[in-house]
Design a binder for this molecule. Structure first.
Ligand SMILES: [Zn+2]
Length: 784
């Protein structure tokens, strides 16, 4: 995804995406994580009964105990109940799953890695916590109850009247009453009667806001600490202070997903109807057949995401039995009760009928309000599936979707088209409108169809509408496809659609991009639109062709695509000046955030929920991500000949090796090292896993060296980075008469003195950090 013009706009529409890890490694992972062991029997309670019981939980009069110096250790978190009372909460589904403590206690917590320590420091001003608390609410599917019962004697006792309010306060972070939604992993454990290491604590600190600690065996990074900025505990875009793998389960390279246990859908057959309603809007109704699978035993209750405005009408198992589904009004979650747990290798086929307010009409455009949750998808949302999609709509609309269009048939005033993906993909989408189709056919490039509504543009009627909008956009799409084929490898698609949407963003799907109407309306003078269009096209290679393993690696999609857009602008559009100008603008954004840096490897976690006008996600993952690739490009450049073959070989090799797979930053590093023939750990440590940006204070002086030769000496003071920071910096000497001498110098540590080899003329200019070789601030001063 990309935002046109780099304006502050919402980040990724939803948390994207996952290749199942090999079964053996995943089960090993689960075994070592103390994976859940579900209870065999299905509970006799319904979703609604359980939800109500959870929300009405209150201290039970018969379950009060006095405790002193009781310690609960949960991975990196330790709860010391120094003295006070523990009150068990009323049972849910027949078992005790929660308790509240009031008294004196301390929460101790220390993240295991430097990055996460640094993260904690940024939020809490300390790299470990020793926080006194007065109240603690615990929810658990683990052995907490036994631990409590082993340490204290529970019996009848007085319950303070305000304790119920304490429990309610903690439930606010876990549930939404209006749409009857509860944190899905806790809900799943309670609905399924599961015992697992799942543990959640709401900590009311003596000073400062509440903290939420979770030990979650469903997540690869199962230890999580959230702060008060959290709105919903399950919202992955919430501000997680720190998260990391459960101790002793450091994910091996084979696990390339973020969630460990979930129901997935391996194949969809969806029949959609998009027909006008009486009010002129476009109605949406669908029947979807889902082949539900899982690579670990889950259920019988399993959860999916579905766009909140869609209402489920009914659901049946293949064969005709009615299926039990649960979904609160406008909940983003859809719960399905299987007949029994689903085991690896098993398939359940569910057919579900649903409809709702998916599409808004804006002038003559149609806004599809959820580009990828318009069908039920796994909780992580990144699973791969095959799709067989049919759409019936009015004959006057043109529609594009993913995969191959295998059929199109008209019947009266409607047309039904069918689209089938040849292999599994991550996200399926479609777009339709009162479009005209503009075909672009270029040699050796998949044919491109631009779907555009010139009528809508006329109705908007704004000044400055460019001429030949379809040709201009179509040319960038086709030419960038061609360019990326040349530099990265063959396009993974046979034909390509570029469709217009009434938003200000772009989004990429296999064989299709959605592009903002604004990029059709006008093409900016600064090159933003060429970059924007090519960025979306580049996702066919980066993000779709080569997927990313986890959120830590998302820059391999967005940073790579952003760089690709710039490279296209420079190389195909021939605009060298704009390439560097746009890079420098990206640097300005990065520099504005220099005081509060976050490494690229934090992915979406750099987003700050409290500060909407600062889009750190875009600044770091897109713009700094593009800079990292640019720096590699300059590092790989042959300074004598300016030949770029080595850089191209890196990109081609990476694409060839990881196409159809999920890559980590470390995979890319190995490919880079293969071509650079040196350890590049320092480079990735500094620019991807680290966030420091150097300042170079540079002085130089030229001396005659006899025989008409000149020598340049450089003195570089390096600041704002650790002493071991190093980089190879391009230095260009302008020798006049269109002659230049180019060098690459190693700058490492606080002070570097360099003597360049003699040159045959007195340099007219010394350009330190030429070609923007390093993301750095350069200050040139006099020789002392
Ligand atoms: Zn993008």
């Amino acid at each position: 995804m990309s935002l046109r013009g780099w304006i502050g706009t919402p980040i990724v529409a939803f948390h994207l995406l996952v290749l199942p890890a090999s079964p053996s490694s995943l089960s090993a992972q689960l075994a070592s994580a103390g994976g859940a062991t579900p209870a065999p029997a299905t509970l006799a309670v319904s979703y609604d009964e359980l939800f109500d019981a959870l929300l009405q939980m209150a201290p039970a009069p018969g379950g009060v105990a006095t405790v002193s110096n009781l310690t609960l250790q949960r991975d990196a978190g330790r709860f010391t109940l120094q003295g006070g009372n523990v009150y068990l909460l009323s049972p849910v589904g027949g078992r005790t799953v929660a308790a509240v403590f009031r008294g004196k206690g301390v929460f101790s917590f220390a993240p295991p890695t430097a990055v996460e320590k640094d993260r904690l420091k940024r939020f809490e001003k300390a790299d470990s916590l020793e926080s006194p608390f007065t109240e603690l609410v615990l929810f658990f599917a683990d052995g907490t109850l036994s631990e409590l019962e082993g340490a204290a004697t529970f019996g009848p006792g007085p319950v303070p009247g305000d304790l119920r309010g304490v429990v309610r306060e903690s439930l606010k972070f876990l549930s939404e009453e209006d749409n009857r939604t509860f944190e899905p992993d806790l809900m799943s454990a309670f609905l399924n009667g599961e015992r697992s290491p799942l543990f959640y604590a709401h900590i009311k600190r003596s000073g400062g806001g509440p903290l939420m600690f979770m030990l979650n065996p469903y997540e690869l990074e199962g230890v999580q600490l959230q702060g008060k900025a959290v709105r919903r505990a399950w919202d992955r875009r919430s501000e997680v202070i720190t998260q990391f793998p459960v101790r002793g389960t450091n994910p091996g390279a084979s696990v390339r997903r973020e969630r460990l246990r979930q129901a997935d859908v391996r194949r969809y057959v969806i029949e959609s109807e998009l027909l006008p309603t009486a009010t002129g809007e476009l109605g949406f109704k669908a029947s979807a057949t889902l082949e539900i699978v899982s690579d670990t035993a889950v259920g019988p209750w399993v959860v999916f995401q579905l766009f909140e405005k869609l209402k489920v009408d009914s659901a049946r198992w293949v064969g005709g039995d009615k299926a039990t589904v649960a979904r609160g009004k406008e909940s983003p979650l859809l719960w399905v009760q299987l007949d029994r747990q689903i085991q690896p290798g098993e398939v359940r086929t569910l057919q579900i009928w649903y409809h709702g307010d998916l599409i808004d009409r804006i002038v003559d455009f149609f806004l599809i309000k959820s580009s990828a949750a318009w069908y039920p998808r796994s909780l992580e949302g990144r699973s791969l599936a095959k799709f067989d999609l049919s759409f019936t709509t009015g004959a006057k609309y043109l529609l594009a979707s993913v995969g191959e269009r295998v059929d199109s048939s008209a019947s009266g005033r409607t047309v039904r088209t069918r689209w089938v993906t040849p292999g599994p993909i991550r996200n399926a989408s479609f777009n339709l409108g009162l479009f005209e189709a503009h075909e672009v056919v270029e040699k050796d490039v998949p044919p491109v169809t631009v779907l555009i509504s010139e009528e809508a543009h006329k109705k908007i009627g704004r000044a400055g509408q460019q001429r030949n909008m379809r040709e201009r956009v179509g040319a960038d799409v086709s030419k960038s496809l061609k360019f990326f084929q040349e530099v990265y490898g063959p396009a993974p698609v046979r034909r390509f659609f570029a469709t217009e949407i009434p938003g200000l963003h772009g989004e990429a799907f296999p064989g299709m991009v959605h592009l903002s109407w604004a990029t059709f309306q006008n093409t900016s003078q600064e090159g933003y639109d060429e970059v924007f269009r090519a960025h979306e096209v580049a996702h066919q290679w980066w993000g779709i062709g080569v997927d990313f393993a986890s959120y830590h690696d998302q820059w391999l999609s967005e940073g790579f695509s952003e760089f690709s857009g710039l490279w296209y602008l420079q190389t195909v559009r021939g605009n060298n000046k704009q390439y560097f100008e746009l890079l420098r603008r990206g640097k300005t954004s990065v520099m504005l955030r220099r005081e509060e840096p976050g490494p690229i490897s934090l992915g979406y976690r750099v987003t700050r929920t409290k500060d909407d006008d600062v889009n750190d996600y875009h600044t770091l993952i897109y713009q700094k991500g593009a800079w990292v690739i640019h720096m590699l490009r300059i590092l790989a450049l042959d300074m004598k000949t300016m030949n770029e073959d080595r850089f191209k070989a890196i990109m081609q090799d990476f694409y060839a090796e990881y196409q159809g797979r999920r890559a980590r930053t470390e995979d890319f590093r190995r490919v880079v090292e293969r071509h650079i023939k040196a350890d590049m750990g320092w480079f990735f440590d500094q620019f991807v896993y680290g966030a420091q940006i150097p300042t170079y204070r540079v002085a130089h002086r030229t001396e005659a060296a006899g025989n008409g030769q000149y020598k340049v000496r450089l003195r570089v003071r390096q600041e704002d980075v650790p002493d071991n920071f190093l980089m190879y910096v391009p230095v260009t000497l302008d020798l006049g008469k269109d002659r230049v001498a180019r060098f690459r110098v190693k700058v490492a540590g606080p002070l570097t003195e360099i003597e360049l080899p003699p040159v045959p003329a007195e340099p007219k200019k010394v350009m330190f950090n030429d070609l923007e070789g390093v993301l750095a601030e350069v200050k040139v001063g006099g020789w002392e």
